[in-house]
Write a protein that binds this ligand. Structure first.
Ligand SMILES: Nc1nc2c(ncn2[C@@H]2O[C@H](COP(=O)(O)OP(=O)(O)OP(=O)(O)O)[C@@H](O)[C@H]2O)c(=O)[nH]1
Ligand SMILES: [Mg+2]
Length: 155
């Protein structure tokens, strides 16, 4: 039986979180700039990139996603900078962390280089390479999100 896991999308401004959030829901909506938390009513939460990019909002991010089961970290395939707020992933003991390298359809996308960069910074957990405009890549992420497995849990 498929169960809906509570998950949160986090990552930098314009990483592609909301576009992916809508693609996962298949609601056909075009993402607008996220101003506040957005809930899909089925256990998914989308966060504004400002929560991730502005140090004074880190605590808001951590509080917001404290009780989700799965953290979905979204990082654009043409972005070689790692800006993970210090301590964010370490509050996720026992939770599942998935990485999404997004916007892989862009001309300047280099998802493999981004994946290496994330690993070099110590990112653990499964990584998906996704374009929100390529349904098969969204489907692979969706089935992993909806499947219940503990294999990516942090210790
Ligand atoms: N080519 C391409 N563009 C994308 C993709 N996903 C998002 N974009 C574009 O990237 C821009 C930012 O997308 P959003 O989904 O709003 O990004 P976000 O991470 O939610 O941004 P914030 O709400 O500001 O945190 C928009 O212009 C999207 O159309 C993708 O898979 N491929
Ligand atoms: Mg957004």
């Amino acid at each position: 039986m498929l169960t809906t896991i509570r998950y949160a999308m986090v990552g930098s401004i314009a990483a592609g979180k909301s576009t992916l959030f809508h693609a996962l829901q298949g609601d056909g909506l075009v993402a607008q700039k996220t101003q506040a938390l957005e809930f899909d009513g089925k256990g998914g939460v989308d966060t504004p990139g400002e929560f991730f990019n502005h140090p004074r909002l880190y605590s808001a991010l951590i509080n917001t996603v404290n009780d989700v089961d799965v953290l979905v970290y979204v990082h654009a395939a043409n972005d070689m900078q790692y800006r993970m707020p210090p301590g964010l992933l370490s509050v996720y003991g026992g939770k599942r962390v998935l990485g999404v390298i997004s916007q892989i359809d862009l001309d300047d996308a280099d998802p493999d280089a981004v994946e290496i960069m994330l690993r070099e910074h110590g990112f653990v957990g499964e990584i998906f390479q996704v374009s929100s405009y390529w349904p098969e890549t969204v489907a692979a992420l969706k089935s992993s999100l909806m499947g219940s497995t503990d294999k990516d849990c942090l210790p």
